[in-house]
Write a protein that binds this ligand. Structure first.
Ligand SMILES: [Zn+2]
Ligand SMILES: [Zn+2]
Length: 265
Protein backbone atom coordinates (compact mmCIF):
# COMPACT_ATOMS: atom_id res chain seq x y z
CA UNK A 1 0.00 0.00 0.00
CA UNK A 2 1.04 3.58 -0.44
CA UNK A 3 -0.28 7.04 0.36
CA UNK A 4 0.14 10.61 -0.78
CA UNK A 5 -0.98 13.87 0.84
CA UNK A 6 -2.76 16.25 -1.58
CA UNK A 7 -2.73 19.02 1.02
CA UNK A 8 -1.90 18.94 4.71
CA UNK A 9 -2.19 22.04 6.90
CA UNK A 10 -4.79 24.06 8.79
CA UNK A 11 -6.18 25.33 5.44
CA UNK A 12 -6.93 22.09 3.57
CA UNK A 13 -6.46 18.40 4.25
CA UNK A 14 -6.77 15.46 1.90
CA UNK A 15 -4.79 12.24 1.65
CA UNK A 16 -4.98 9.44 -0.93
CA UNK A 17 -4.40 5.85 0.22
CA UNK A 18 -3.96 3.21 -2.45
CA UNK A 19 -4.02 -0.55 -2.15
CA UNK A 20 -3.69 -3.13 -4.91
CA UNK A 21 -7.18 -2.63 -6.35
CA UNK A 22 -8.64 0.18 -4.24
CA UNK A 23 -7.96 3.86 -3.81
CA UNK A 24 -9.60 5.99 -1.12
CA UNK A 25 -9.52 9.67 -0.32
CA UNK A 26 -9.30 10.54 3.38
CA UNK A 27 -11.01 13.93 3.78
CA UNK A 28 -11.56 16.43 0.98
CA UNK A 29 -10.80 19.88 2.38
CA UNK A 30 -9.46 21.07 -0.98
CA UNK A 31 -10.83 24.06 -2.86
CA UNK A 32 -12.93 22.87 -5.79
CA UNK A 33 -10.45 24.22 -8.33
CA UNK A 34 -7.61 22.23 -6.74
CA UNK A 35 -9.24 18.79 -6.68
CA UNK A 36 -8.53 17.67 -10.25
CA UNK A 37 -5.07 19.29 -10.57
CA UNK A 38 -3.90 17.93 -7.20
CA UNK A 39 -5.13 14.42 -8.04
CA UNK A 40 -3.45 14.78 -11.42
CA UNK A 41 -0.14 15.66 -9.73
CA UNK A 42 -0.47 12.37 -7.83
CA UNK A 43 -1.13 10.58 -11.14
CA UNK A 44 -4.82 10.10 -10.42
CA UNK A 45 -8.21 11.36 -11.58
CA UNK A 46 -11.52 11.49 -9.67
CA UNK A 47 -12.53 8.28 -11.48
CA UNK A 48 -9.75 6.39 -9.68
CA UNK A 49 -11.23 7.07 -6.23
CA UNK A 50 -13.43 4.27 -4.85
CA UNK A 51 -14.59 5.90 -1.60
CA UNK A 52 -14.13 8.93 0.62
CA UNK A 53 -13.35 8.51 4.32
CA UNK A 54 -14.11 11.49 6.53
CA UNK A 55 -12.38 12.18 9.84
CA UNK A 56 -14.65 15.09 10.93
CA UNK A 57 -16.71 18.05 9.77
CA UNK A 58 -14.22 20.93 10.03
CA UNK A 59 -13.93 23.00 6.84
CA UNK A 60 -10.28 22.13 6.27
CA UNK A 61 -11.41 18.48 5.92
CA UNK A 62 -14.70 18.72 4.02
CA UNK A 63 -14.66 21.97 2.03
CA UNK A 64 -14.48 20.23 -1.36
CA UNK A 65 -16.47 17.10 -0.47
CA UNK A 66 -19.73 18.18 -2.07
CA UNK A 67 -17.95 19.17 -5.28
CA UNK A 68 -15.86 15.99 -5.34
CA UNK A 69 -19.01 13.86 -5.07
CA UNK A 70 -20.40 15.70 -8.11
CA UNK A 71 -17.30 14.65 -10.02
CA UNK A 72 -17.35 11.13 -8.69
CA UNK A 73 -20.34 9.62 -6.91
CA UNK A 74 -18.72 7.24 -4.41
CA UNK A 75 -19.66 6.10 -0.89
CA UNK A 76 -18.65 8.26 2.08
CA UNK A 77 -17.44 6.32 5.13
CA UNK A 78 -17.27 7.41 8.75
CA UNK A 79 -18.95 6.87 12.10
CA UNK A 80 -22.60 7.89 12.56
CA UNK A 81 -21.64 10.92 14.67
CA UNK A 82 -19.21 12.26 12.05
CA UNK A 83 -21.59 11.63 9.13
CA UNK A 84 -24.45 13.41 10.91
CA UNK A 85 -22.30 16.54 11.38
CA UNK A 86 -20.92 16.34 7.84
CA UNK A 87 -24.46 16.10 6.46
CA UNK A 88 -25.52 19.15 8.46
CA UNK A 89 -22.53 21.23 7.36
CA UNK A 90 -22.40 20.31 3.68
CA UNK A 91 -26.10 20.60 2.74
CA UNK A 92 -25.90 18.06 -0.10
CA UNK A 93 -28.34 18.46 -3.02
CA UNK A 94 -28.45 14.68 -3.32
CA UNK A 95 -27.73 12.60 -0.25
CA UNK A 96 -24.39 10.77 -0.68
CA UNK A 97 -24.09 7.04 -0.17
CA UNK A 98 -23.17 7.21 3.50
CA UNK A 99 -21.61 4.07 4.97
CA UNK A 100 -21.73 4.02 8.76
CA UNK A 101 -18.69 2.63 10.55
CA UNK A 102 -18.73 1.38 14.11
CA UNK A 103 -15.81 2.58 16.21
CA UNK A 104 -13.08 -0.07 16.55
CA UNK A 105 -14.83 -2.38 14.03
CA UNK A 106 -13.04 -3.34 10.86
CA UNK A 107 -14.80 -3.07 7.51
CA UNK A 108 -13.59 -3.97 4.04
CA UNK A 109 -13.57 -1.71 1.02
CA UNK A 110 -12.58 -4.28 -1.59
CA UNK A 111 -9.13 -5.46 -0.48
CA UNK A 112 -8.62 -2.56 1.93
CA UNK A 113 -9.51 -3.02 5.62
CA UNK A 114 -10.48 0.03 7.59
CA UNK A 115 -10.93 0.57 11.34
CA UNK A 116 -12.03 3.91 12.88
CA UNK A 117 -10.83 5.14 16.28
CA UNK A 118 -12.61 8.04 18.04
CA UNK A 119 -10.25 10.94 18.77
CA UNK A 120 -10.46 13.96 21.07
CA UNK A 121 -11.36 17.09 19.11
CA UNK A 122 -14.01 19.80 19.57
CA UNK A 123 -16.30 18.00 17.09
CA UNK A 124 -16.81 14.25 16.65
CA UNK A 125 -13.58 13.00 15.03
CA UNK A 126 -12.02 9.69 14.10
CA UNK A 127 -8.59 8.41 13.14
CA UNK A 128 -8.06 5.19 11.21
CA UNK A 129 -5.93 2.16 10.77
CA UNK A 130 -5.93 0.87 7.22
CA UNK A 131 -4.59 -2.50 6.14
CA UNK A 132 -3.90 -3.71 2.62
CA UNK A 133 -1.60 -6.29 1.06
CA UNK A 134 -0.19 -7.41 4.42
CA UNK A 135 0.75 -3.86 5.42
CA UNK A 136 -0.86 -1.47 7.92
CA UNK A 137 -1.04 2.28 8.13
CA UNK A 138 -2.09 4.53 11.01
CA UNK A 139 -3.82 7.86 10.39
CA UNK A 140 -4.06 10.32 13.31
CA UNK A 141 -4.84 14.03 12.95
CA UNK A 142 -7.00 16.59 14.74
CA UNK A 143 -6.83 15.37 18.30
CA UNK A 144 -5.85 16.93 21.61
CA UNK A 145 -4.21 13.69 22.67
CA UNK A 146 -3.98 10.02 21.71
CA UNK A 147 -5.48 7.76 24.38
CA UNK A 148 -3.03 5.29 25.94
CA UNK A 149 -5.44 2.46 25.21
CA UNK A 150 -4.79 2.92 21.46
CA UNK A 151 -1.15 2.04 21.90
CA UNK A 152 -1.60 -1.55 20.81
CA UNK A 153 -3.82 -0.78 17.80
CA UNK A 154 -1.35 1.81 16.51
CA UNK A 155 1.74 -0.28 17.13
CA UNK A 156 3.19 -2.70 14.57
CA UNK A 157 2.35 -0.31 11.76
CA UNK A 158 4.28 -0.13 8.52
CA UNK A 159 3.39 3.53 7.96
CA UNK A 160 2.17 6.30 10.21
CA UNK A 161 0.65 9.62 9.18
CA UNK A 162 0.40 11.73 12.33
CA UNK A 163 -0.39 15.31 13.20
CA UNK A 164 2.44 17.54 14.43
CA UNK A 165 0.37 20.71 14.46
CA UNK A 166 2.18 23.41 16.36
CA UNK A 167 5.22 24.33 18.31
CA UNK A 168 4.23 25.44 21.80
CA UNK A 169 7.13 27.91 21.96
CA UNK A 170 5.99 29.57 18.73
CA UNK A 171 2.52 30.07 20.20
CA UNK A 172 4.05 32.48 22.72
CA UNK A 173 4.54 35.00 19.89
CA UNK A 174 1.38 34.04 17.99
CA UNK A 175 -1.08 36.71 16.86
CA UNK A 176 -3.99 34.27 17.25
CA UNK A 177 -6.72 35.20 19.77
CA UNK A 178 -6.27 33.74 23.24
CA UNK A 179 -9.37 31.50 22.99
CA UNK A 180 -8.04 29.92 19.77
CA UNK A 181 -4.64 29.25 21.33
CA UNK A 182 -6.29 27.83 24.45
CA UNK A 183 -8.46 25.53 22.32
CA UNK A 184 -5.57 24.35 20.15
CA UNK A 185 -3.37 23.59 23.15
CA UNK A 186 -6.16 21.87 25.07
CA UNK A 187 -7.40 18.26 25.19
CA UNK A 188 -9.81 18.77 22.27
CA UNK A 189 -7.41 20.70 20.04
CA UNK A 190 -4.36 19.51 18.14
CA UNK A 191 -1.17 17.56 18.84
CA UNK A 192 1.86 19.79 19.35
CA UNK A 193 5.28 18.75 18.10
CA UNK A 194 6.14 17.56 21.58
CA UNK A 195 2.90 15.59 21.99
CA UNK A 196 3.47 14.00 18.60
CA UNK A 197 6.94 13.00 19.76
CA UNK A 198 5.51 11.49 22.93
CA UNK A 199 3.08 9.40 20.87
CA UNK A 200 5.92 8.21 18.61
CA UNK A 201 7.90 7.24 21.68
CA UNK A 202 4.98 5.36 23.22
CA UNK A 203 4.25 3.20 20.18
CA UNK A 204 6.05 0.04 19.21
CA UNK A 205 7.29 1.14 15.79
CA UNK A 206 9.61 -1.83 15.35
CA UNK A 207 8.29 -2.63 11.88
CA UNK A 208 7.50 0.94 10.84
CA UNK A 209 9.17 2.08 7.63
CA UNK A 210 7.87 5.63 7.31
CA UNK A 211 6.40 8.36 9.50
CA UNK A 212 4.86 11.38 7.76
CA UNK A 213 4.11 14.43 9.91
CA UNK A 214 0.94 16.23 8.83
CA UNK A 215 -1.43 19.10 9.56
CA UNK A 216 1.48 21.43 10.41
CA UNK A 217 0.29 24.93 11.21
CA UNK A 218 1.78 27.34 8.68
CA UNK A 219 1.89 30.14 11.27
CA UNK A 220 2.74 28.32 14.47
CA UNK A 221 5.13 25.63 13.31
CA UNK A 222 8.11 25.09 11.06
CA UNK A 223 8.79 21.79 9.26
CA UNK A 224 12.39 21.82 10.56
CA UNK A 225 11.23 22.03 14.19
CA UNK A 226 8.61 19.31 13.74
CA UNK A 227 11.03 16.98 11.96
CA UNK A 228 13.85 17.53 14.44
CA UNK A 229 11.52 16.82 17.33
CA UNK A 230 10.15 13.62 15.78
CA UNK A 231 13.54 12.40 14.53
CA UNK A 232 15.01 12.14 18.00
CA UNK A 233 12.11 9.88 19.08
CA UNK A 234 12.48 7.48 16.13
CA UNK A 235 14.91 4.70 15.31
CA UNK A 236 17.35 5.83 12.60
CA UNK A 237 16.13 3.29 10.04
CA UNK A 238 12.60 4.77 10.01
CA UNK A 239 12.13 7.28 7.18
CA UNK A 240 10.62 10.58 8.23
CA UNK A 241 9.02 13.37 6.18
CA UNK A 242 6.71 16.30 6.70
CA UNK A 243 3.74 16.80 4.39
CA UNK A 244 3.76 20.09 2.45
CA UNK A 245 0.87 22.53 2.94
CA UNK A 246 -1.57 23.45 0.14
CA UNK A 247 0.12 21.23 -2.43
CA UNK A 248 0.54 17.49 -3.06
CA UNK A 249 3.47 15.72 -1.42
CA UNK A 250 5.32 12.67 -2.67
CA UNK A 251 3.91 9.16 -2.65
CA UNK A 252 5.04 7.30 0.45
CA UNK A 253 7.20 4.82 -1.47
CA UNK A 254 9.37 7.73 -2.70
CA UNK A 255 10.15 8.67 0.90
CA UNK A 256 11.41 5.24 1.88
CA UNK A 257 15.10 4.92 2.53
CA UNK A 258 16.82 2.97 -0.19
CA UNK A 259 18.11 -0.29 1.20
CA UNK A 260 21.74 -0.34 0.20
CA UNK A 261 23.80 -3.48 0.15
CA UNK A 262 27.41 -3.23 1.22
CA UNK A 263 29.99 -3.16 -1.54
CA UNK A 264 32.85 -5.51 -0.90
CA UNK A 265 36.01 -4.19 -2.47
ZN1 LIG B 1 -7.98 20.02 10.68
ZN1 LIG C 1 -10.38 19.80 13.02
Amino acid sequence: MKFCTLSSCSYANSVVVQGRDTCVLIDCGLRNRDIKPFLDTAGLSPGDIDAVLVTHCHTDHIYGLKYFLKLRDVPVYSTAGVLKQVNERCVFNKSPGFRVLDPYSEVKINSLSLTPFPLSHDVVTVGFTIAAGGERMGFITDTGYVPDRYRQAFSSLDYLYIESNHDVEMYKSSSKPYHVIKRNLGPTGHLSNDQCGQVLQSLDLGRCRLVVLGHLSEEDNEPGRALQNARRRLAPDISLASAPPRTPGQWSDKHLKIQTTKNFV
